[in-house]
Write a protein that binds this ligand. Structure first.
Ligand code: PEP
Ligand code: MG
Length: 898
């Protein structure tokens, strides 16, 4: 088996289809090299080798790949005309991680590898640049020390041992910037760094380049299981056994003087999706300098540079002189870069995110990948590529990550409120969205308030968790490609970067703009689309489905064969869902209607009644309210099917548990307090989720079913009289035995007939059951003889199949996920293997009895893309989900059908 794949000099062993084996980065480097893009030569060690390393350990792994690695390195030497470890013409290399999906900043990298006290002399001889050589050497020790030798600061109060030395030297020399170090200073740093390595680790810094290389390779493999990577993996649901590849590549330098530079560019705008080539670069810098946000980078295109200057309030003359674009500064390099970006986008037929380096006037492309983008950009780019004929409509649809559509459904600032807003300052619109929250300055404090704005000078990969928890991210430094900007766009989180007017004092926890101060806990708002930072809170409103979003939905409807309904209990939700394209209601939970303040009293009277007569009296009070509810919902749905579920929760949820409210109730009902107390105690259950709920209620108190059926039928007939059609589907919850269903069905049909006689008119309706008790799925063949439809209630079904309480599972599920006992939360993503088997069986057996049996799902899983795909595979007629997930489910349903 091959474990090492070479690339360079317009050839490659691998290609872009081998992402699982070579990682995204490795596969793309191979592909680029093969199509004639100038990438520095190198090789990729496979992800399989990473998994083997995890199983077999270091020695065995090295033994397995040693020969291949040596050959591949020799190939680099030949192409670059330089030798690894050579004292006259040395080859230096980089060692980077690369999983099958990009995980920006989550894993480790070592640059400038191959240097030691003699090789550095060769580098000086070769480049004639003593300063550059020593600077590379000290950067190497610092990076290698951190990544391979474990000399990283452990917490935010801990100091990086290397930075500490740098700070000391700066103090001693009375200078502020790294660039002010002399060659002698840099040389001193190298020796001081080596001393601290010896002191901390007990070993000398490795001088043998091969020993350095193996150390780095193993460290990169290890970083796959580092904290940051594990958190990121869990957040995205990437399995641990994917592993990372290792990319070893010849170093090229952007910091060899003013004829060198480095940058990042995008073939389209990653925030808005506009088809505009854009990016940032720095002259005389290494790649890390651009993304780390330490120096504010310059724009690649002239147009971009002018727009940037406008936002940063920089005069044109100042801009042209001090912040020129690459287009102006190095026109021929720019032209070449422009050509490659065009080539690469056409080749990959998607927006590319590229890194490049200019070494002494020669352009090298370091990497390309499908660029991370916001939900809005995802939609626009897919539709634009479809329109210009680059991709087919099926491909366009598959480019939509359903969950990312969520961003487009988030509230936006109300334009009227924005007019009145006080703008504090302006930054770069790094990731769109509307965020309002209280200022926090540290990522690990992002949960300090309910809604927070993480406010930092710049962010780093350690801040990931906090960035995820915050409502928005604000940085005073860094450009559109800074860590904060890239990560925020990937998360779909609102972000403003590089707001230079902000002065942040971490120690005092104060943000200063001009003469104004903002403290931790103060409210601010970010408009990620304009870069405006606003004082206080700004009102928001629900966005509309328009433009390209609507086009995506049209495309989804063209291919989807399964309907998407919604779970809605109010006319307002029903209308919202219809605007998002719902084809009906799959679950109206009627209990929500009883919880409303003015109704709960009647409900309580019903529960506290000792006799059927008393209960009926209370139910009569509830009837008109229920009827009104149903009229509203049926009317909102305009003749689309509406599944109404009969009362489900245990009765103790409706009675008061506090003394004061119990007293109130006793007075209202003219009964004694002790009677109320007794009843409440009576209703108490050890395990309410397995208790007196669902059809067990309807079967013990058939009057409830009667009242609800009457309300439904009267509502439908009242509307019919007004010329409005309705299609009620009455659903019996928590059925486990055939008789449970039959008893309820009898009550429903009898009541319906009575109402029909009274009105001298009828409506068509169905009577079906929820499938949420495992026994029902086992008895599906029998139940289907009587039920008109099945709707899988996968919340309860998951609870009962796993035996995990829905209400308490959060105590142990996070630990199960962390330990890998479970891969995903089964309440979030449907468990295909277990719960799924029952769904499959229930559906098949039900349809064996009744081939036309209508089957759907109304548990939370109905809006989760992977689960939607499963429902499609089972031949369900529809999925039903909350209104805001309807567009997501529509795309997921269409993708499943492709
Ligand atoms: C279910 O159990 O999946 C369901 C939809 O019902 P509820 O969540 O109301 O129990
Ligand atoms: Mg349920």
């Amino acid at each position: 088996r091959t474990r090492v794949y070479k690339f360079g000099n317009k050839t490659a062993d691998g290609n872009s289809t081998m992402k699982n084996l070579l990682g995204g980065k490795g596969a793309n480097l191979a592909e680029m090299s093969a199509i004639g893009i100038p990438v520095p030569p190198g090789f990729t060690i496979t992800t399989e080798a990473c998994t083997e390393y995890n199983e077999l350990g270091e020695d065995i792994l090295i033994g397995m790949i040693k020969e291949e690695v040596e050959k591949a390195l020799q190939n680099i030497e030949e192409i670059m005309g330089a030798n690894f470890g050579d004292e006259e013409n040395p080859l230096l290399i980089s060692v980077r991680s690369g999983a099958r999906v990009s995980m920006p900043g989550m894993m480790d990298t070592v640059l400038n590898l191959g240097l030691n006290d003699t090789v550095v002399k060769g580098l000086i001889a070769k480049t004639g640049n003593e300063r550059f050589a020593w600077d590379s050497y000290r950067r190497f020790i610092q990076m290698y020390g951190g990544v391979v030798l474990g000399m990283k600061p452990e917490s935010k109060d801990d100091i990086d041992p290397f930075e500490e030395i740098i700070e000391h030297l700066k103090e001693k020399r009375e200078i502020q910037l790294d660039t002010q170090f002399t060659v002698q200073d840099l040389r001193d740093l190298v020796y001081d760094f080596k001393d601290v390595v010896k002191k901390r680790t007990g070993n000398d810094f490795p001088t043998d380049p091969w020993q350095q290389l193996w150390g780095a390779i193993i460290a990169v493999f290890n970083s796959w299981n580092g904290n940051r990577a594990v958190y990121y993996r869990n957040m995205h649901g990437y399995p641990a056994d994917w592993g990372t590849a290792v990319n070893v590549q010849a170093m090229v330098y952007g910091n060899m003087g003013d004829n060198s530079g480095t940058g990042v560019c995008f073939t389209r705008d990653a925030a808005t999706g506009e088809n505009i080539f854009n990016g940032e670069y720095l002259i005389n810098a290494q790649g890390e300098d651009v993304v780390a946000g330490v120096r504010t980078p310059q724009q690649i295109t002239k147009v971009g540079s002018m727009r940037w200057a406008e936002l940063a309030k920089i005069e044109e003359a100042d801009r042209a002189e001090n912040y020129p674009s690459l287009e102006e500064l190095m026109p021929s390099i720019y032209e070449e870069l422009f050509r490659y970006q065009d080539m690469l986008e056409k080749h990959y037929r998607d927006m590319q995110d590229m890194e490049f380096t200019i070494q002494d006037g020669k352009l090298w492309i370091l990497q390309t990948r499908n660029g991370k983008r916001t939900g809005a950009a995802m939609v626009k780019i897919a539709m634009d590529l479809l329109k210009d004929g680059s991709i087919t409509d099926k491909e366009a649809l598959l480019r939509i990550e359903p969950n990312k559509l969520d961003e487009l459904l988030h509230p936006v600032f109300d334009p009227n409120a924005l007019k009145r807003a006080t703008i504090i300052a302006q930054g770069l619109p790094a990731s769109p969205g509307a965020a309002t929250g209280q200022i926090v300055f540290f990522a690990d404090e992002a949960k300090k308030f309910r809604n927070t704005i993480l406010t930092r000078i710049e962010t780093s990969p350690e801040d990931l968790e906090g960035m995820n928890l915050a409502k928005g991210i604000l940085t005073s430094r860094g450009g559109m490609t800074s860590h904060a900007a890239v990560v925020a766009r990937g998360m779909g989180k609102c972000c403003i970067s590089g707001a230079g007017a902000l002065k942040i004092n971490y120690k005092k926890r104060i943000l200063t703009v001009g003469d104004k101060e903002y403290h931790e806990g103060d409210w601010i708002s970010l408009n990620g689309s304009t870069g405006n930072i606003i004082e206080g809170k700004v009102a928001t409103r629900i966005p509309e489905l328009s433009g390209e979003f609507a086009e995506v939905m049209e495309l989804a409807d063209k291919y989807a064969t399964m309907d998407v309904r919604t779970n809605a209990d109010t006319p307002k939700d029903a209308k919202a869902a219809r605007n998002f394209g719902a084809k009906g209601i799959g679950l109206a939970r009627t209990e929500h209607m009883f919880f409303e303040v003015d109704r709960i009293k009647a409900m309580r009277e019903m529960i506290l009644a000792d006799t059927v007569k008393g209960r009926k009296h209370a139910l009569e009070e509830l009837l008109p309210m229920q009827r009104e509810d149903f009229e509203g919902i049926f009317e909102a749905m305009q003749g689309l099917p509406v599944t109404v579920r009969l009362l489900d929760p245990p009765l103790h949820e409706f009675v008061p548990h506090q003394l004061a409210t119990q007293k109130e109730l006793a007075e209202d009902m003219h009964i004694s307090l002790s009677a109320v107390k007794n009843k409440v105690a009576d209703l108490q259950e050890f395990n309410p989720m397995l208790g007196h709920r669902g059809c067990r209620l309807g079967n013990t108190y058939p009057e409830i079913t009667e009242m609800q059926t009457r309300a439904i039928m009267e509502a439908a007939l009242n509307l019919k009289a007004k010329g409005i059609e309705s299609k009620p589907e009455i659903m019996v919850p928590l059925v486990g035995t055939v008789n449970e269903f039959l008893e309820q069905e009898k009550v429903i049909r009898k009541t319906a007939n009575t109402v029909f006689e009274e009105y001298d008119d009828t409506v068509d309706y169905l009577v079906g059951t929820m499938m949420e008790v495992p026994r029902a799925t086992i008895m599906a063949e029998e139940i289907a003889k009587h039920a008109d439809f099945f709707s899988f209630g996968t919340n309860d079904l998951t609870q009962l199949v796993f035996g995990y309480s829905r209400d308490d599972a959060s105590k142990f599920l996070p630990i199960y996920l962390e330990k890998g006992i479970l891969k995903v939360d089964p309440f979030e993503v449907l468990d295909r293997e277990g719960v799924g088997k029952l769904i499959k069986m229930g559906t098949c057996h039900g349809r064996r009895t009744k081939p036309e049996l209508k089957v759907g799902i109304c548990g939370e899983h109905g809006g989760e893309p992977i689960s939607v795909e499963f429902c499609f595979e089972q031949g369900m007629n529809y999925v039903s989900c909350s209104p805001f997930r309807v567009p997501i489910a529509r795309v997921a349903a269409a993708q499943a059908a492709l």
